[in-house]
Design a protein around this ligand. Structure first.
Ligand code: NCD
Length: 306
């Protein structure tokens, strides 16, 4: 039952609810205008305590395309948080004005905490280095559209697997499909955290690790590139040392399968050379578009209007 649900982590959705959302997103893509009024009279609040371009604008565009309205803030210094208000109080107040809240915070667990105090559903738009479930829905809609489904793929995650919440979220979601294999490509310092690898171990899901992208790129159906998450480093020196660990370029793409797709949640810094953008396997800008449709489907389902 999606109506009224708070989405904090991908596994708050069952596999069949994910299918339901993907199917609705596909219907919206085919005929967006027939959905332009379904959220008339509904309000989405976007509370972003951390910078964002895509995710916030994607949520706002999604709600506007559904005929709803949007309010919120993109900078916590403009909100009462700067006066010392607690998250619990901010959420109590905002949730009494609106129908659904999308929130992003630098703190792990903030969305879960918010959901305990909210009168309306909370959608986690990123909580620190923890989870980012609507990016995962974006990724899943993209994978279903471009690869025909979720089963049997070998997916390689490359870059900052320690702090990359998109990686943690998509791993959690993809674990539930048959015969999915994971390859984690990172420097030692940025490897997948134990809470994610323990989860794979307990579920008996095969995965391997690599330090060179060239060594494994030829085995992949999906390559998920990520940015080194500068804002989560304690030390500038470490960031500078690690930031260019991986750069996907034309030469590396030549080692990849003809039908591999390259995903990236964006923003990219240096990790994908612009020369890759014209490669038909580069799917990261298509992924952005799928993200808006995924969020439209999610909002409509959570509000119970479809
Ligand atoms: C990601 C995020 O915020 O975690 N971006 C996004 O939501 N599209 C990835 C990132 O910032 O590197």
């Amino acid at each position: 039952m999606l109506k009224g649900l708070s989405l904090i982590q991908p596994n708050d959705l069952t596999v069949s609810e994910i299918d339901e959302i993907c199917t609705l997103a596909e219907q919206i893509i085919v005929d967006p205008s027939s959905f332009q009024d379904v959220c008339r009279g509904k309000i989405l609040a976007t509370l972003f305590f951390e910078p964002s371009t895509r995710t916030r604008l994607s949520f706002e565009a999604a709600m506007l395309h559904l005929g709803g309205t949007v309010e919120g803030f993109s900078d916590a210094s403009n909100s009462s948080t700067s006066k010392g208000e607690t998250l619990a109080d901010t959420i109590r107040v905002v949730s009494s004005y609106v129908d659904v809240i999308a929130m992003r915070s630098p703190k792990e667990g903030a969305a879960l905490l918010a959901s305990k105090f909210s009168e309306c559903p909370i959608i986690n738009a990123g909580d620190g280095g923890h989870y980012h479930p609507t990016q995962t829905l974006t990724d899943l809609v993209t994978i279903r559209a471009l690869k025909g489904g979720f089963e049997g793929h070998t997916i390689g995650f490359c870059g900052d697997l320690k702090f990359g919440r998109t990686v943690h979220s998509l791993t959690e979601a993809m674990c539930r499909y048959k015969n999915v294999k994971f390859v984690f490509i990172s420097p030692e310092e940025l490897k997948i955290p134990d809470w994610v690898s323990n989860f794979l171990d307990e579920a008996n899901i095969p995965y391997s690790t690599a330090s060179r992208l060239e060594d494994v790129i030829g085995d992949l159906d999906i390559l998920y590139m990520t940015r080194v998450q500068k804002e989560r480093f304690f030390n500038e020196q470490d960031y500078l040392r690690l930031k260019d660990s991986y750069i996907l370029d034309k030469a590396k793409m030549e080692l990849a399968r003809k039908d591999m797709i390259v995903l990236h949640p964006l923003p990219r810094v240096n990790e994908i050379s612009p020369e890759v953008d014209s490669d038909p396997r580069a799917a990261y800008f298509k992924q952005v578009k799928y993200g808006m449709y995924a969020r439209m489907a999610l909002i409509a389902k959570i509000l119970g209007v479809l």
